[in-house]
Design a protein around this ligand. Structure first.
Ligand code: PLP
Length: 217
């Protein structure tokens, strides 16, 4: 699907939800996509991308930023603590803050740099054992601890279970964010971004619908 079509679908979902046009940020998820597809989307003027792997992003984005100018790159994959330093230098936002050790590391790095990427706390709304994210019951406490460390929290992020209706998960994330005074909601992917916009998403993460299927080879 073309970027133009995705933008049109986002605009109509915003209208249907009674939300202002442009209130949703489209993160084009470019992980493992061939460079020519990424360059094509940059060529169409898009400037917000998402990546899952620090090493891949580290190889890809400095040269693309040199050619295309400022590009916002969001980290949406699991972040190892030993990659946090590279991550704060490379990314404009990190959507996968999910544990105290990472929060403490990011706080130390932010203090040393005098700046910090936008941070989203990942919540494991489906309580799936294999999935990252704080459990819903632990979210309030973790958010409080992050704030006590001085971290600039932008919002919450979730990846609903693949085999379930996403809507109850989006609603749960929105409720958790509201009761913690957080404005950002990173939720919705290629298959469910319109439902996410209806539920209040501020950031949707769309990969295959823009770039085509990923080939992990
Ligand atoms: C890969 C990925 C996406 C994009 O998924 P699509 O189904 O291709 O849109 C979104 N969010 C996260 C966390 C991802 O890992």
């Amino acid at each position: 699907m073309s970027l133009t079509e995705i933008r049109a679908r986002i605009a109509s979902a915003e209208r249907a939800a009674g939300r202002a046009e442009g209130s949703v940020t489209l993160i084009a998820v470019s992980k493992v996509q061939p460079l020519d597809r990424v360059e094509a989307v940059l060529g169409e003027g898009h400037r917000v991308f998402g990546e899952n792997y620090v090493q891949e992003a580290q190889a890809k984005w400095p040269p693309l930023r040199a050619r295309f100018g400022p590009v916002e790159v969001h980290m949406i994959g699991p972040l190892q603590t030993n990659k946090a330093k590279v991550a704060v230098e490379l990314f404009d936002a990190i959507h996968t803050l999910d544990r105290p050790s990472l929060a403490e590391k990011l706080a130390r790095l932010a203090e040393a740099r005098g700046s910090c990427p936008q941070l989203f706390v990942q919540v494991n709304t489906g309580e799936e054992p294999q999935k990252a994210g704080v459990l819903p019951a632990d979210a309030d406490g973790f958010i409080r601890d992050c704030r006590a460390l001085g971290l600039p929290l932008a919002g919450l992020m979730c990846i609903p279970p693949e085999d379930q209706d996403s809507r109850p998960h989006f609603a749960m994330l929105a409720a958790l964010a509201a009761r913690n005074g957080l404005a950002g909601l990173s939720m919705g992917m290629s298959g469910d971004f319109e439902a996410a916009i209806a539920a209040g998403a501020t950031h949707i993460r769309v990969g295959s619908a823009i770039f085509g299927a990923r080939n992990y080879g």
